[in-house]
Ligand binder design. Structure first.
Ligand code: MRU
Length: 346
């Protein structure tokens, strides 16, 4: 499995996901601004991966703050944190990672700046390593929900590339495959940026897990034909009532799954939950450039001068979610009290 992101010397290397699967190229970040640009332009994407990148990016940025004065260091670090948070709005993991780093800086007010820099660099590596462990735990928890022979539909990419490694939704699929389950995965291509066809299908092929790509609009047909046993996706943010934001198109899959009596599962780490939000309508939804809709694989296909609307995520209300699979346990509806309990002492 290729690593999503890594430290090498004092730089951050991330695999440029815009180029996959045709080219495996490292995008090298030498400054915090490089990391912010990589997140914004989706060289790295997927909620947990964005969180990992944000933590590493701030650790990189901290190195460049040229002062021994704690007050000056803290002020500049907080400014960087604000810039980092604005890179993409929907995945709460970004905010989670920034706030975690800020908490460390604020707690070390009596320490030398050099020591703080080292501590946050170590923390960023720890976030990366822990994320991979968390995904393996999610995989093990989700295993019980997958029948011995299963045809699974997934959307977008919630795999190793979307995380520190292993994946959330793909983590469950990987764990089931490792446990000997006879699996076939239908992969939504995931317009407009094709994360399903380019990234999920690529990861499944690398792992020799049988996969078939479909156009997004074929999902309902397959469900009605009883060719899907379960649907599993990741999440960018889960509100305190269990509503969740994920790649555009997830909501219609969930509704279609319910209509066809197929379970719709969401696999996500606790860092994807946002207890500050009562419900999913409060989750900020990123809207991206119309050109992404009018183009296919970077080539303009639609007529010039025609407008397009490009929300990158949608909200799936909790009532359509059969279970939330986290590293600490599997929740079933109603979600509010279960979520609160799980997040009590993360
Ligand atoms: O726009 P993207 O590619 O960042 O969207 C990613 C998704 O929607 C994923 O399903 C989500 O972040 C979960 S990744 C484990």
């Amino acid at each position: 499995m290729i690593p999503t992101i890594k430290w090498e010397d004092n730089y951050i290397y991330l695999i440029d996901q815009r180029k996959l699967p045709s080219r495996k190229e490292w995008f090298v970040c030498r400054t915090v601004q490089d990391v912010i640009a990589a997140i914004r332009e989706m060289a790295i994407r997927g909620a947990p991966a964005i969180g990992v990148a944000a933590g590493m990016g701030l650790a990189l940025g901290a190195q460049s703050i040229d002062t021994e004065n704690y007050g000056i260091f803290r002020k500049r670090f907080l400014e960087m944190g604000e810039q980092m948070k604005s890179a993409r709005p929907t995945a709460v993991n970004l905010k989670w990672a920034v706030e975690r780093m800020i908490k460390i800086v604020e707690g070390m007010h009596d320490d030398q700046v050099e020591e703080i820099k080292q501590t946050i660099r170590n923390e960023s590596q720890m976030i990366l390593e822990r994320d991979i462990e968390i995904n393996r735990e999610i995989g093990q928890r989700g295993l019980a929900l997958v029948p011995d022979t299963a045809t699974i539909l997934t959307h977008c990419n919630a795999g190793a590339l979307a995380t520190g490694g292993y994946g959330t939704a793909l983590g469950v699929i990987r764990a089931a495959s490792e446990a000997g389950t006879d699996i076939h995965v239908f992969v939504d291509e995931t317009r407009p940026l094709l994360q399903g066809m380019r990234l999920t299908a690529f990861e499944l092929r690398e792992d020799n897990i049988p996969a078939t790509v479909i156009v997004d609009s074929a999902a309902g047909y397959l469900m009605r034909k009883k060719r899907i046993d379960l649907v599993i996706t990741g999440a960018d943010r889960i509100a305190s009532n269990g509503d969740m934001a994920n790649k555009i198109g997830s909501y219609q899959l969930a509704v279609l799954a319910k209509e066809n009596n197929i379970p719709f599962y969401v696999a996500a780490p606790l860092s994807s939950f946002d207890l500050d939000l009562e419900n999913g309508d409060l989750i900020p939804i990123e809207e991206r450039e119309p050109e992404e809709v009018m183009s296919f694989a970077g080539h303009l296909v639609g007529p010039e001068g025609v407008n397009a609307y490009n929300p990158a995520f949608d909200i799936t209300p909790a009532q359509y979610i059969s279970a939330l699979i986290t590293e600490k346990g599997v929740l079933t509806p109603p979600y509010r009290s279960g979520i609160k309990d799980l997040l009590k002492d993360p």
